[in-house]
Structures are given as C-alpha cells and as structure tokens.
Design a protein around this ligand. Structure first.
Ligand SMILES: [Fe+2]
Length: 250
C-alpha cells in the first residue's frame, strides 16, 4: 500500500511552503522514502497574505514545477521521482473573494474532482461557516474541511463538526497531530475526533522537510496501535485514493 497525500504545500515560493525547488526536492525524497507515492499540491488560495486568487497563475506554477522535476528525474539519485505522482488542488480560504470565484467556477478542487479543500478563520461565526458550506454544496462540490483539529470552536464543541459532516462535509486531520511531538493537547483532540468517527481522511499538510514534513508512515504506525487496521486504512489509503478518483468515501 502506498500513501496518497491529499493536502501538501509543495509548490515553491507561492505561499508559506517551500522557499525553493531544492526544498521541494528534499520534501519529495522524504515523502517517497516514507511510503508516499501520490501527492496533491494544495497551495493556499484566497488567503490574504499570499494573494493567490488567480487560477491560471496557480496552474502555471504547478506546470512549471512538474516540468522542473521532470528534468531532475534523469539525474543520479532522483529517478524515484518517476514513481511519485503529483496532482493539483488548492487549500481555499473561505473569504468573499473565494465565494465570488466559486460562483464563477474559478476554484481548484482536488485533481478536478468534486472535492474542494477549504480552511477558514477560527473567528468565522458558525452561521457564516454553514452558509459558505451550503453555497459550496449547492455547486455540487463536497467541502473537505482542512485540519479540523486546529479549530478551537470544534475542540470546544465537536457537535459543530458533527453537524458539518452530516451536511455533507468531509473532515481532514493532519497526521502529525496524533504524534507525541505535536504536544499533548493537540494529540488528545485529534485522537478524540478519530474515536468519535468525525474524521474521514488524514493528510500531511507538509510545508517543508524538517518540521512540518510529508512523513506519514510514523502516523500510520502510531494509529495502528490504537485503532483497528480497517479504520486506519480507510483514513490513510482508501479515502484519499477515492478523493483523487472522484469517488464516494467509505
Ligand atoms: Fe495547508
């Protein structure tokens, strides 16, 4: 089994992810060595500091990165890049600019599927969040709520997350949150969400190769100690694979 990572920042110089192609290469090597064979590049879009609101620019940056990596495939020690599939998506920040782009069909879903990765301000009211989710669902897309364990409102009231899942959202958890290195509180809430059946997919949300890394094998090993193997396989293999293939989740 190979990991499919549906949330990662692997395009250089576009957001708070890798500052250079060299770091992208280090990230891909680390991901490959730890069992990942497919990654979705999900740069921040509609998030104010990065000003990435243009679909064409993001597509161009992705094509350019893929082309540069293609050149590296023939370099000694980098032939593994041939076995690493890269796809395009975006981490869409729920903002007025995003909602306008959504109306005009100018948003990037995961590998052109109906799954749309979204993030939002922790200060966004629940009513506003519900309204944005309704608007996404009305376009026939399925919101994937990124790193659900990071939002204080969900931590305080998991019922809010449950309600969003009942509406049709998919909840994504960052793998590293279940590791001891991320701190006790984060780990506790991540495990609690998993136990309550509030999470459908786990991804890395990698930003670089040292701290916020694309390593998923340690997460898989840690989860297998606590949860049933079919559950862990659903979160880390089956559902990510289905999202990429535009299929319903299990
Ligand atoms: Fe992210």
């Amino acid at each position: 089994m190979n990991f499919v990572d549906i949330h990662s920042h692997i395009l250089p110089k576009i957001d708070d992810g890798p500052p250079s192609l060299d770091i992208v290469l280090q990230m891909l090597r680390l991901a490959y060595r730890t069992g990942t064979r497919a990654m979705v590049a999900t740069p921040h879009m509609f998030l104010p500091p990065f000003n990435n609101n243009d679909l064409a620019e993001i597509k161009h940056a992705f094509a350019e990165t893929v082309q540069e990596l293609g050149r590296w495939q023939s370099e000694p020690g980098w032939s593994f890049l041939r076995d690493m599939s890269l796809y395009l998506g975006a981490e869409n920040y729920l903002s007025p600019e995003f909602l306008e782009a959504l109306e005009h069909g100018r948003v990037l879903s995961v590998n052109q599927s109906f799954y749309l990765l979204v993030e939002f301000s922790e200060f966004l009211s629940f009513e506003m969040l519900i309204s944005a989710v309704e608007r996404i669902l009305a376009t026939g897309r399925v919101p994937i709520l990124a790193h659900v364990e990071r939002y204080p409102p969900f931590r305080e009231s998991p019922r809010m997350l449950e309600h969003l899942c009942e509406m049709g959202c998919v909840a994504q958890l960052n793998g590293a949150s279940v590791l001891r290195t991320k701190g006790r509180a984060q780990r506790k809430i991540a495990l609690s969400f998993l136990r309550q059946g509030l999470v459908q997919v786990i991804a890395s949300d990698a930003h670089e190769h040292r701290i916020r890394t694309p390593v998923l094998d340690q997460v898989f090993a840690a989860l297998k100690k606590t949860f049933s193997e079919p559950d862990v396989i659903a979160w880390m293999f089956e559902n990510p694979r289905r999202i990429l293939a535009n299929q319903s989740l299990i």
